[in-house]
Design a protein around this ligand. Structure first.
Ligand code: PBG
Ligand code: ZN
Length: 326
């Protein structure tokens, strides 16, 4: 007694002391809210497996985003859900494609006051539900690249600030970057889903987009969750191919990968707090098993502590509504 020099509890005694020595703070400016936009009019359906998240037509989306803008949301990620799916993913590009239509409406309304990013992937547009085009019964890498570049160009044409290729084809960042440069879109940001794992945590999202593969799984293009060093290979390639921001996805089960990225790149690192991670919290909170605010803050802080500069999260609206971010 009396001979203990180090007592870490001294710095935990009061809230003022704890806040003073807190080593991690969530950056509200680094948070991005995802949205699902479908074709049609007057549609706003809650996604069954994602309480509080909607699939909505453009007229409704504009109202939702206007309310969210008042809450403080300034950065968004858009996912288009087309009516028509076919083997060429033909609804994924062109001015009348749902993604570019939504981007154009938002950029016309908000200009640079809203940062609009959009997902670039074919899985919501192919009849197979795969992220690439099918050739000889496999998801064909090289014939998918021009389709992704076309989709990216249509979104850039509509004024999209940032493109998020999430397909995991080899060489897609380069294909998109070259198409952008050739067409004068040299300022369009590419936020590459660099280490995207083949994850069960995407389940609710596929329900939202009706994009589950009809046959097979995504293991021939998304990463195997047993691999850590392979993420560094993907990171290096995306950097060399012209990505501006690199992403790890999912976030919570992959904090080691986020931490590796921070050591291995000078680019901003994003993490996607995906649908399944969101739904786990929402369902537990609904059953009063956990405190939603505390759990969301713990999760977002952990992702930040691991090294993410940017977090895509479905929790953003609730966090702003509840004043959770201070
Ligand atoms: C499309 C895409 C997916 C997600 C983002 N872009 C689904 C998938 O690859 O199966 C998942 C997002 C989420 O789960 O919240 N490729
Ligand atoms: Zn996809």
């Amino acid at each position: 007694m009396g001979d203990m020099l180090y007592r870490p509890r001294r710095l935990r005694r009061t809230k003022l002391i704890r806040d003073m020595v807190a080593q991690t703070r969530i950056n509200p400016d680094g948070l991005i809210q995802p949205y699902f936009v479908c074709e049609g009019k007057g549609i706003k359906q809650e996604i069954e497996s994602m309480p509080g998240i909607y699939r909505e037509s453009l007229d409704s989306l504009l109202k939702t985003i206007s309310a969210d803008y008042k809450l403080g949301i300034r950065r968004i990620m858009l996912f288009g859900i087309p009516d028509h799916k076919d083997s060429d993913a033909s609804a994924s590009s062109g001015d009348d494609s749902i993604g570019p239509l939504a981007v154009k409406a938002l950029k016309d309304k908000y200009g640079d006051d809203l940062f609009v990013s959009a997902d670039v992937c074919l899985c919501a547009y192919t009849d197979s539900g795969h992220c690439g085009l099918i050739k000889n019964d496999t998801v064909d890498n090289d014939s998918t690249l021009p389709a992704l570049a076309d989709m990216a160009l249509s979104l850039a044409d509509a004024g999209c600030d940032c493109l998020g290729p999430s397909d995991m084809m080899d060489g897609r960042v380069e294909a998109i970057r070259e198409a952008l440069e050739e067409n004068g879109y040299s300022d369009t940001i590419i936020m590459a889903y660099s280490a995207k794992y083949s994850s069960s945590y995407y389940g609710p999202f596929r329900d939202a987009c009706n994009s589950a593969p009809g046959k097979g799984d995504r293991k021939s293009y998304q990463m195997d969750w047993r691999n850590r060093r392979e993420a560094s290979v993907e990171l290096m390639l995306d950097g060399e191919e012209g990505a501006d921001i690199v992403m790890v996805k999912p976030a919570l089960a992959y904090l080691d990968i986020i931490s590796d990225f921070l050591k291995e790149t000078e680019l901003p690192v994003a993490a996607y707090n995906v649908s399944g991670e969101y739904t786990m919290v929402k369902l537990m909170a609904k059953e009063n098993i956990v405190d939603e605010q505390a759990m969301v803050l713990e999760n977002l802080t952990a992702i930040t502590r691991a090294g993410a500069d940017i977090i895509l999260t479905y929790h953003l609206r609730d966090a702003l509504k509840g004043g959770w971010l201070g």
